[in-house]
Design a protein around this ligand. Structure first.
Ligand code: AMP
Length: 383
């Protein structure tokens, strides 16, 4: 079975690693010649919008999917004229625009940060009067890993924020979000299949919810299971909203939603931040941490196979991202319960170069996270 993937980054690489034992072969489309997934299958090097390249890419594919969330929707639609593409493009379109994304969240009953669309300096001034500081000005599209964001501490930051993100753009499409004073960040990763683990129609499997730590907008650590449990009522609320979204869009594949946990007057509540209509960094621990990883289940869903169990292999698991600088991989491998994944990318500030998964008892995983964050060049108390 030949699966086409738009994008050939590390997510594509890990999809291929999970799909091969299922008898799948992979072909990637990505304009960057030195992409991490290039060695995991065929690699068509061309822009996503290149109609000729898309046609050549699609020839002989059984199914197609994407691993890069900013892939042009038009390319997905063109591809879908030729081969079955899963998931369908609907939720991708919303996830690419922070304003539409927040509206979709509201429709399934999820709270979001206070926000207003911004397309001029005047809009920003007025929105700041309403939302206040601290707040974050973000581009509505093409932002990831903290890119395209400006943190406003004081009203006087408005001009700098505007000149950084708005000025000089033809039609600036920005959003101002109130800063959410969160207790912690968590995410929910689910996979909806054509069939579930027992062959039942359109079933959904849920992974345990990780608690996620970011720095400078980049995910650093995800910790799941014993010692990092998410309160059951919050998990139930997240699952219910996730189910509504997946079903409303007849979505097939992995979807991730990131949340803030806010401890308010009426107790703890979830505030939805963003969604990723693809396999997600906060689910990488599932490779060694679960019977079937998010990558395996995404492959299974795309190919219309039964899903497999997402249950955990041990009481606790974690993932530590390796960002910006190469660590001492040999030292990392010595951490009990650890598995090191490197993506073969050249080091660059803020770039995700690999990750470490740690699986075991809660104390072992906590200790592993401490060691791995230090070896990855982060101060453990500051992740
Ligand atoms: P994003 O690209 O929107 O996922 O933002 C990356 C990270 O920045 C989030 O995971 C949070 O740690 C932080 N962040 C983004 N938006 C907000 C917000 N409105 N309030 C508080 N923190 C935020």
């Amino acid at each position: 079975m030949l699966i086409g993937v738009l994008g050939a980054g590390q997510l594509g690489m890990m999809l291929a690693q999970a799909g091969k034992p299922l008898g799948m072969r992979f072909r990637f489309l990505d304009p960057a010649p030195d992409s991490p997934a290039a060695s995991c299958g065929e690699h068509v090097i061309a822009p996503y919008q290149d109609a000729g390249a898309l046609a050549a890419f699609s020839r002989g594919l059984n199914f197609a999917t994407w691993e890069f969330e900013n892939v042009p929707c038009e390319a997905v639609r063109r591809l879908a004229d030729r081969v079955p593409v899963r998931p369908s493009v609907g939720l991708l379109e919303l996830a690419q625009d922070r304003l539409l994304e927040k509206r979709a969240f509201a429709e399934v009953g999820l709270r979001t940060a206070r926000h207003l669309p911004i397309s001029s300096r005047l809009d920003l001034r007025e929105a700041l009067r309403e939302i206040g500081v601290p707040s974050i000005l973000k581009t509505r599209r093409m932002g990831y890993d903290g890119k395209g964001q400006f943190f406003l501490r004081a009203m006087e930051d408005a001009d700098r924020a505007w000149s950084e993100l708005g000025e000089g753009r033809q039609e600036p499409e920005l959003i101002l979000e109130g800063f959410v004073e969160f207790e912690r960040e968590v995410s929910l990763i689910a996979c909806r299949g054509v069939r579930g683990t027992a062959g039942e129609k359109n079933a959904i499997v849920f992974y345990s919810m990780p608690t996620n730590t970011h720095r400078a907008g980049i995910l650093r650590v995800s910790r799941v299971g014993a010692g990092a449990e998410v309160p059951a009522d919050l998990e139930a609320a997240a699952r219910s909203a996730m189910t509504s979204l997946l079903e409303a869009f007849d979505y097939i594949g992995v979807l991730a939603i990131e949340f803030f946990v806010v401890n308010g007057l009426s107790g703890r509540v979830l505030v939805a931040n963003e969604m990723a209509p693809r396999v997600h960094n906060s689910g990488h621990w599932s490779i060694e941490g679960c019977k079937a990883s998010q990558f395996e289940n995404h492959c299974r869903a795309v190919a219309g196979m039964d899903l497999a169990s997402p249950s955990m292999m041990a009481p606790a698991a974690a993932m530590v991202n390796i960002v910006g600088q190469e660590p001492d991989a040999a030292e990392l491998k010595r951490i009990p319960g650890a598995t090191v994944h490197m993506y073969g990318k050249a080091p660059r500030a803020g770039r995700k170069l690999g990750h470490v998964t740690i699986v075991g008892e809660a104390e072992e995983v906590d200790e592993g996270v401490r060691l791995a964050t230090r070896l990855a060049g982060m101060r453990p108390d500051r992740v």
